[in-house]
Each structure stands twice: as C-alpha cells, then as structure tokens.
Design a protein around this ligand. Structure first.
Ligand code: TPP
Ligand code: MG
Length: 745
C-alpha cells in the first residue's frame, strides 16, 4: 500500500531566510520538527475519536513526549542505528519515517499493519525497514534486548565473516546488517526504571561500554503512581549517576532544541565508542495514561494546568513564531496539510482489509525451516574422528574412551563442533567461561572451569573470550541479551545454570523470546538456544537443585522444548536446536550427564535428530509407557523386571522432544497395546503427563482397555534427605507397580 510520509517539503516560502541554527538545528529542521510533532498529536487525537466510535479498540498516546522523540530521531540515523522504542514514541517513529497511515493501520488492526498484522495493540512499534524492533506491552523487557542488540553490532564488526549467509541452517534466513558504529536507542518511562531488568541493563551496558542511548521519558507518573513513590528521592538521574563509562544528561524534555542538543551529545559519545549514554527528559502526559485511565481521579487541576503550560507542541509553535521562522500563515498551512493527510489516512485505514482468522497459526514458528523435517535426520558416523580442543583425535585417546562418551561429553563435543562451523554462535551464562581473567589461563597458572558441570570446558580457550564469556549472576540478563543478539542474527547458545533459577528470566521467556516472531507477523525472530541443567535424583539436591517444571514451557507457544535421556540423542537434538530457526529450551538432566546408561561413541560433526520424533526404547505388546528424561532408565529397569517376572511386554517410548511431541508414535503404540502409562519426574498434578493423558483419553478412547495412568513425583518439593527424596521422586519400584497394575486391569 502506498503511504505518505509526514513530508517536510512545504513552507519554504514562509521560512525566514536565515542561516541561524539552534544547537545545530536549522530553521528548516525546526519546521520539520513542528510538522512531525503536530502530526503525532493529531494521530493520537484521531485514534481517540475512532476509539470513541468503536472503530479502534485501544488507544495510548505519545502526547507530551513528542519533543524527545523528534529530537532522538534527528540525533540518530534512521535505518542505520537500531531502535527499541516504547509506546509513547509515536513522534520518534514518525520522524524516523513511519507514516501516519501505517500507524492507523495498526490502530484498526489491519492485515497490512506493518508492526504486527493486527496482532498487537496500537503503539507497539516494529518496523523492519527502519531497524525499529518489535515491542511488547511488558514494561522494561526491551532494555536488556537493546543491550544484546548493541553487543551483536559490536560482535559483527569484530567478526565480519560471521555475517555471511550459509546454506542449510537458520543463517540462510537470517540476514545480518551491521555498520560498525551503529547505536542502539532504547526508551522507557519513569515507572519502568523500577524494574530490575532496567538496572541489569545499565550494569551490562556500563561494564561493556556498549553504544546504547537510554532515553528515560519522565512524565512523573506510572499510570497513577507518582515518581517519588517509584524512585527513591524522586529522581532517577541521581540514582544512576555513579555507573561508570556513561554520559549523562538530565533535561527539560518538552523543549526540542534542548532535547536535540542532549541527544546529539549522547549519540556522539556512543558513536565514538566511549560507552553508553543516559538521557533523562522531564516531559508531560496531558492525555491520562491511556484511554482507559482518567487522571482527574488522582491529579488535581492545578497540577494538570502546570503541565499544560509546558506542552511541547504549542511551545515549539511559539518558538517558531518568536524566532520569525514561521508566521501564523505558515503554521496554519502546516496544520491544515497534516489534518487533511491524517483524515485521508484514517479513511484509508478504515477501508483496509482485516486479517483472516485462518492466519492465526502463521509464524508461531519459522515458516522457512522445519526442525521436524527429514533435513534434520542424519545418521551418526560412529567411526568419525573427534578433534578435542587440544588437537588430539579421539582415536588417540586412551582406554577406548572414545567408545563410551557420556551425555556431558557429547554435549561439549556438539558445542565445539558447531562453534567451529558457525562463527555466529556465542556462549554465555554463569560460570560458563574457562576463566574470565584470561591471563591466568594464558600463563598456564590455572586450567579453567567451564561451567559448574564443566560442559563448556575448553571452549573459551579455543574460541576466545568474545565468543564464550561469563554473564553477571542474573538470569533475565542472560535471556534478554540473548534475545536482542539473536534478533540481529547471532546464535546465542546460553546456559541457565540450574532450572530452579530460571524464574528471574521468566518474563523474557514467556512474554518475549517465543512471541517475537508471531507478534511481529514474521518481521523479527530470535532463535536462541537455552541450555538448562534440570532435574533431581541427585541424593542431596534438595528443593533448589532438583526441580523439573517443563510443562510451564511446553505451555508456551513458539518455544521448542527438548529433553534428551541419553548421550546420542543429546548430541543430535542439540545440533538441531542450534541449526534451527526457532527458540529452543534444551533441558539437560544433571543426573544423566555422566550416567553409565545411554553412553555412546562420538557420532560425528553433523549428526542430527529431528524434533518431535520419539524413540522406541524397547518394543512391546501389552502396554505402552510414555516417558522422557531420567525416568527413561528407571522405566526400562521396571519394564525388564516385569517381563522377567510376569511375562508382560512393555513398549517403552522416550519422547526426547516435548514440544513438539510425537503423537503419531504414541497413537500407534496405544492402538497396539490398548494400555497407556505416562511417567514423568515432575510433580503429578498439572504436569506434562496430564496433557498426554488427556489426548490419549480424548483421541484413543475406543482403543483403550484400561484407564490412562500416570506415575510422577508427589505434589511436594524435592527434599534433601535421601529417604525423603526417594519417597518423593518416581522410582523404578513405583513404575514397576503401576505397570503391573495396568497390565492386570
Ligand atoms: C511488567 C508490566 N507491569 C505492569 C504493566 C501495566 N502498565 C502498563 S504501562 C504502566 C506504567 C508505565 O509507567 P512509565 O514507565 O512511567 O511510562 P509512562 O506510561 O508513564 O510513559 C503499567 C503499570 C505492564 N505493561 N508491564
Ligand atoms: Mg511515566
């Protein structure tokens, strides 16, 4: 659809012929600024009108914030720098080149809404051509992503070859654009500075001297909560002022000239590579929080009138008149043109086609690369020589160790092989590096750690500290930054040290990472791999080192969830996770890392197992056991005993991949055995097996000769004392009993 910019080409005749500039802004730029700010306010007004007529369904305005937005766009480079704007940034987007029509298409939820195709509320900006990255409603999640975006720009500048496309994996579909000196802009409100992720972002941007402009638009309120309640002392600038490496500005954000000067200094500082900048602008919020809020309930008239006196739109108008840049006629002409354009754009938006209901499943996952397909099914090459970090071939290793690799060994080998193959892979997390003070390793004073379970051991030494590094002890930091990096085309393979501590990252994992593709209608994606050590049976692991909880993530569309039970599957599935184009939660059972069960030879550097394909661990005819993870060896033990002692033949299915899962394998087996038992390590109620049980009951009812049964942990936490742990987690004896009962039913 052809669109019209808020095009600043008129009014030249009304311009005072002056070379005078204002903090570097020419008269023409100030006229342009007025046109854009006025248009921004008028789009808000138009949306409000349409909302009252029930033609749009939500409205949140950028009113009062226009000067900061225009100033930021003028200080930065559209389509060159990167932008993580929040919902008040209408004027920023208009100044970057978004058209009023595009915004109004978002307001009506049109199929051609470029931000989301009618999936998100209006003012949730995302414009691929302008490097404006899709935004959510969650306040603050954008900030860590912006940090990751800046890190990606720096990484590609230092590894330009990594930006090249490659056939056969996600890189084929993930273009990289980088400049070398690009800046990432991120904006937020005063209330949002209360989020922990805000502070995590400042910490990392500061520590790594990243080129991020933090733009805090402080309108004094977060809905009804005033700034002094949010922020100790009432001023965020005072609190952040001791972060090293920052350039700080605190300004009147209703004055576009002042705001431009500050943002230009900030941008120059970032672009020169000195570090991040923090621009804190005091603005106003004349239209309440949103159309669902009436600020008269908590703000007296006196306060609102004081705000109105600082309104940036009339303020710039007065400035232009006072300076003789425009006369009244010139102002009127701009306003008339803008009004007419917005009226016409609104009419067009109301006529625009709406999205079709059958499109709702589009872009939950990558439409380009299907990790369940045959392309991801390769055979292991069992005599493949493995080259360790020290250059030794596995065949040269003593004691035939090469024949008997643990799950831990093969995960490490897969990470190493993939990092050699794909320079876009970076690994970070808590303790994953060999040694952050790399001089100790170089001087051979220390050997290096490489993860609390040692799975990333040797990778920093082989690939360097910019590809394998420690994060701060902050899980949201890990996932949020990884999301920003992946949006730019990197492949972060990050680690969450213990599943029990994944929860600080939950906002990023539930509201961001898996949804980015769907909510942006396929304009953006973030195919991150998150490796997580999970599970119990540790003897002493207790509550906080034993948790499962995979169903919380299989309940999240957009996320692939994998849970291997043996070394070969772990290698094949991890490679699929890395090469695919979707975000993957890769669950590694700690108890299985070095078990004797499930060891295997090194399968070569290209071995892959497709997602959603179960493995029949042993075929059987009398009943089906559906399980995964550390319950697999326990169920196998129970099944073998049942066979030995009672001649019951159990078909044991290891799902390996929990989302998507292999329904066909389950259905084929249950149709044959007519009995189903689902066994899982997590607590029983509302667990992963509940869904499988419900589907079996629903779709295979006529094939069942017995009720669908579940064996799982008790509905408690996992205790420290081994006697309690054994009573809580499902044991081979519990599985044996349940299988026997089911066979006898
Ligand atoms: C994590 C989260 N909590 C709560 C909300 C609901 N909410 C939306 S906007 C908002 C206030 C934001 O205030 P501020 O950061 O000052 O921005 P402003 O709207 O004032 O520009 C709240 C509480 C949300 N969107 N996200
Ligand atoms: Mg606010």
């Amino acid at each position: 659809m052809a669109t019209t910019n808020v095009d600043p080409k008129l009014n030249e005749s009304n311009l005072a012929r002056s070379d005078k500039t204002y903090q570097g802004l020419t008269s023409q730029q100030l006229v342009d600024a007025y046109r854009i700010m006025f248009a921004s306010r008028r789009v808000d007004d138009r949306e409000i009108l349409l909302k009252r007529q029930q033609k749009v369904f939500f409205q949140i305005s950028g009113a009062g914030h226009e000067a900061m937005g225009v100033a930021a766009a003028f200080a930065l480079k559209p389509g060159y720098d990167w932008f993580y704007p929040y919902y008040r940034d209408r004027a920023l987007c208009l100044a970057l080149g978004v058209t009023p029509l595009e915004m109004l298409l978002g307001a009506v939820g049109a199929a051609d809404d470029p931000s989301s195709g009618g999936r998100q509320m209006p003012s949730h900006w995302g414009y691929k051509r302008l490097n404006v990255v899709t935004q959510s409603s969650a306040t603050g999640t954008q900030i860590l992503q912006a940090v990751g975006c800046a890190e990606a720009g720096r990484y590609f500048a230092q590894h330009p070859k990594a930006a090249q496309k490659a056939e056969g994996d996600y890189r084929q579909f993930k273009n990289v654009r980088f400049q070398g000196d690009e800046i990432t802009y991120v904006s937020l409100g005063d209330g949002t500075t209360s989020q922990g992720e805000f502070w995590e972002s400042l910490n990392t941007a500061s520590n790594r001297r990243l080129p991020v402009v933090f733009c805090v638009q402080d309108n004094g309120y977060a809905i009804s909560v005033p700034v002094e309640v949010q922020t100790s002392g009432g001023n965020i600038s005072r609190l952040v002022s001791s972060f090293p490496n920052f350039h700080f500005e605190e300004i009147d954000g209703t004055d576009p000239v002042v705001a431009y000067a500050a943002l230009k200094r900030a941008a120059d500082y970032c672009r020169a590579g000195h570090g991040p900048a923090f621009v804190h602008g005091h603005v106003i919020r004349p239209y309440s929080h949103s159309l669902s809020d009436d600020e008269r309930l908590y703000r007296p008239d006196s306060e609102r009138q004081a705000d109105a006196a600082r309104d940036p739109v009339p303020r710039l108008q007065m400035f232009l008149l006072r300076e003789g840049i425009l006369d009244e006629k010139g102002i009127n002409q701009i306003e008339k043109e803008v009004e007419e354009q917005i009226q016409a754009d609104a009419d067009r938006a109301l006529e625009a086609p709406v999205p079709q209901p059958e499109t709702i499943y589009n872009y939950v996952y990558s439409p380009d690369l299907d990790p369940t397909s045959a392309a991801f099914a390769t055979q292991p090459v069992l005599d493949a020589p493995e080259t360790a970090a020290d250059g030794k071939r596995s065949a040269d290793l003593p004691n035939k160790a090469s024949q008997n690799k643990t799950m831990a060994d093969l995960i490490t080998a897969t990470l190493r092989d993939e990092m050699r193959r794909d320079e876009r892979i970076v690994i970070f997390g808590e303790d994953v590096a060999d040694c952050s003070r790399e001089e100790y390793v170089k001087a051979k004073q220390v050997k290096g750690k490489g993860g609390v379970f040692k799975l990333t051991g040797g990778l920093q030494i082989e690939f360097g500290s910019d590809r394998v590094f420690n994060s701060p002890l902050a899980e949201a930091n890990i996932v949020g930054r990884a999301t920003g990096m992946a949006t730019r085309g990197l492949k972060p393979v990050v680690e969450i040290q213990f599943f029990d501590y994944i929860w600080p990252a939950m906002m990023q994992l539930r509201d961001e990472l898996p949804i980015i593709r769907w909510r942006s209608n396929n304009a953006f994606s973030a195919p991150v791999v998150i490796r997580v050590a999970i599970g119990g049976y540790l003897t002493g692991g207790a509550i906080y080192h034993s948790q499962c909880g995979e169903s919380i993530f299989t309940h999240t569309p957009g996320l692939r969830v994998v849970f291997p039970s043996n070394a070969l599957d772990a290698a094949g599935l991890l490679r699929t996770a890395i090469r695919c184009d979707d975000p993957v939660l890769f669950l590694e059972h700690k108890r299985l890392y070095r078990e004797t069960y499930g060891r295997a030879p090194y399968p070569g550097p290209d071995y892959m197992v497709p997602f959603g394909k179960a493995k029949i661990v042993q075929p059987g005819t009398d009943l089906t056991v559906i399980t995964y993870g550390a319950v697999v060896p326990r169920a196998l033990q129970a099944a073998q005993k049942l066979e030995r002692e009672h001649r019951v033949s159990v078909e044991l299915i290891d799902l390996r991949c929990l989302s998507p899962f292999d329904w066909d394998a389950i259905a084929a087996s249950v149709k044959k055995t007519n009995r189903a038992l689902i066994a899982y390590e997590d607590s029983l109620s509302w667990g992963y097996g509940a869904e499988i049980a419900a589907r079996v009951a629903d779709q295979l009812f006529h094939h069942l000769d017995a009720p669908v049964k579940r064996v799982a942990a008790t509905d408690t936490f996992v205790a420290y004392q081994p006697i309690l742990e054994n009573a809580i987690l499902p044991q081979a004896s519990d599985l044996f009993r349940a299988m026997k009962e089911l066979a006898e039913f």
